[in-house]
Design a protein around this ligand. Structure first.
Ligand code: FPP
Length: 249
């Protein structure tokens, strides 16, 4: 039997960066040290994805629910984010990366928000990889935000309820304009989605790896891409249909 495999690179990769706390605990360190080394993984994976030619990378950096963590951990994460934005500014701009944020960024501390907004603006015209940070983000919250916008437009008479289909609705999400999510990776051995990109995940391939996020570096990414390349993506079609599509393209 012919093996129908997708050997192509994913256009859009999402990552649930999990396991920072456990990594730190295992080293006898404070949780924030796990986040600090996790920020180094962010740098390495972003650079590797860009070098490979991935069009979009979306990282789950802080969930809507993470605000409920101990205040010192939340403050530590916000400081790391600020340091990251300042420290990576040149790398982002010099390499044509377009930075975006999804989530309720209005809830971020003023300094972080100002630094983020400035870099999002400064990189807006870049045409290289789009790096999206999910900050104060929840998939359900993001769908609810889009529904509010749809309802507002319908009430204002600029949108007919019957015109709301999958494409139209997708245009109201903060991920509008990004390529479809092809691959979702979660580190640390947990096999759940934890409120990340719930709408966008519809046909994504899911890969769960045991490595904790601070350990996850480009070699791990390459291994995930190998696995992704060996998967058959059917999008609701049969294997034979996919095969004849591949042959005729
Ligand atoms: C999950 O691990 C990770 C987070 C809640 C934060 C992710 C943040 C970073 C990787 C660093 C800062 C981000 C950027 C973009 C510079 P966890 O703390 O839930 O780990 P655990 O499950 O082992 O406790």
């Amino acid at each position: 039997m012919t093996e129908h495999v997708s050997r192509r690179l994913p256009r859009h990769i999402g990552i649930i960066m999990d396991g920072n706390g456990r990594w730190a605990q295992r080293q006898g360190l404070d949780r924030i040290e796990g986040h600090r080394v996790g920020a180094e993984s962010v740098r390495d994976i972003t650079r590797a994805a860009r070098e490979l030619g991935v069009e979009a990378l979306t990282l789950y950096a802080f969930s809507s629910q993470n605000w409920q963590r101990p205040v010192e951990e939340v403050m530590g994460l916000m400081q790391l984010l600020q340091d990251y934005l300042v420290g990576e500014r040149a790398e982002i701009l010099d390499n044509g990366i377009r930075l975006r944020a999804i989530g309720d960024s209005e809830k971020l501390p003023g300094t972080v928000r100002a630094t983020l907004d400035e870099l999002v603006g400064a990189s807006a015209a870049n045409r290289g990889m789009t790096l999206t940070l999910a900050l104060s983000y929840g998939g359900r919250e993001s769908i609810a935000r889009a529904v509010r916008a749809v309802a507002r437009d319908a009430a204002a008479g600029t949108l007919r309820p019957d015109d709301v289909d999958v494409d139209r609705f997708g245009g109201y999400l903060q991920t509008a304009g990004l390529p479809p999510l092809d691959l979702l990776i979660r580190t640390s051995g947990e096999q759940r989605i934890s409120n990340f990109l719930l709408w966008e995940i519809a046909y994504a391939e899911l890969i769960f790896v045991d490595a904790l996020w601070p350990e996850f570096r480009r070699a791990h990414l390459h291994a995930c891409l190998e696995q992704y390349g060996a998967r058959e993506r059917r999008f609701g079609l049969t294997s034979d249909q996919v095969a004849s599509d591949v042959e005729s393209s």
